[in-house]
Design a protein around this ligand. Structure first.
Ligand SMILES: Nc1ncnc2c1ncn2[C@@H]1O[C@H](COP(=O)(O)OP(=O)(O)OP(=O)(O)O)[C@@H](O)[C@H]1O
Length: 228
């Protein structure tokens, strides 16, 4: 089953002469993990934003979990995003005054679907996810996010993306603040959790050493040129 389907997706930022995205066709299967690469400025973050419905895309160009993202109105798009997508972006967007545990539970607060898919006790699920990502200390997970290291915040952002089994997880340079060993562990945990829940993972990174962990890799400039 396809979780993401892109067809004739052309996107141009206002004021730019050329489209940054020109993708004839690209799909993600349920449970598949894809490493996306390309030089700085090639449009990787823009592509994730298109899939997440953060930017306006034409109708019929982007389908996620069977829904035409470009056909959704603003508010519906926000609801759709929290129901079906887990997002770990460069800026983690944790709420600094909430604890690591409360931040992880945010999707369950905003989405009944995510709450229902978090098991009988979402708090226990959040605690398990944090623990599997290496944050098992009770004091630490009850601390405000602002009092965590950047690497710890990255792991909270991953737990928040995974809770409630969204169909698609989008990750944009999520390992940039981690050392070599922590990077590999983080990626393997993210992959394991996505496989366990059947989520597709689209992972953007400049770090080619991580590529080997993924089912497939895609070079965005090649995809834009119609060469994959
Ligand atoms: N909000 C915006 N308004 C106008 N242009 C933008 C905007 N965001 C990105 N761009 C432009 O779109 C192009 C692609 O940017 P994008 O951030 O998607 O690239 P990237 O491949 O993710 O880069 P990096 O690897 O440096 O994060 C760049 O030329 C950038 O300047």
């Amino acid at each position: 089953m396809k979780t993401v389907e892109l067809k004739s997706l052309v996107f141009r930022w206002p004021g730019q002469p050329d489209p940054v995205l020109s993708v004839a066709s690209f799909d993600l299967e349920a449970g598949e993990s894809v490493f996306m690469k390309g030089p700085s400025g090639s449009g990787k973050t823009t592509l994730l934003s298109a899939i997440a419905g953060v930017i306006d895309v034409p109708q019929s160009a982007v389908r996620v979990a069977g829904t035409d993202v470009g056909a959704l109105a603003g508010g519906d798009r926000d609801r759709f995003r929290v129901d079906h997508l887990g997002i770990v972006f460069q800026v983690f967007n944790l709420l600094p005054w909430l604890s690591a545990l409360e931040n992880t539970l945010l999707p369950c607060r905003f989405s009944a679907r995510r709450r229902n898919r978090s098991g009988p006790d979402p708090k226990a699920t959040a605690t398990r996810l944090l623990s599997e990502l290496g944050l098992e200390d009770t004091e630490l997970i009850n601390r405000p996010a602002s009092a965590l290291s950047v690497g710890q915040q990255q792991r909270v952002a991953a737990a928040r993306a995974l809770i409630g089994a969204p169909e698609v997880v989008l990750a944009d340079e999520p390992t940039s603040a981690l050392d070599e060993e922590a990077k590999d562990t983080f990626v393997q945990l993210l992959l394991k959790e996505c496989k366990a829940s059947g989520a597709s993972l689209l992972f953007v990174s400049h770090d080619r050493s991580l590529e080997k962990h993924f089912d497939r890799s895609v070079d965005l400039p090649m995809l834009n040129a119609g060469k994959t």
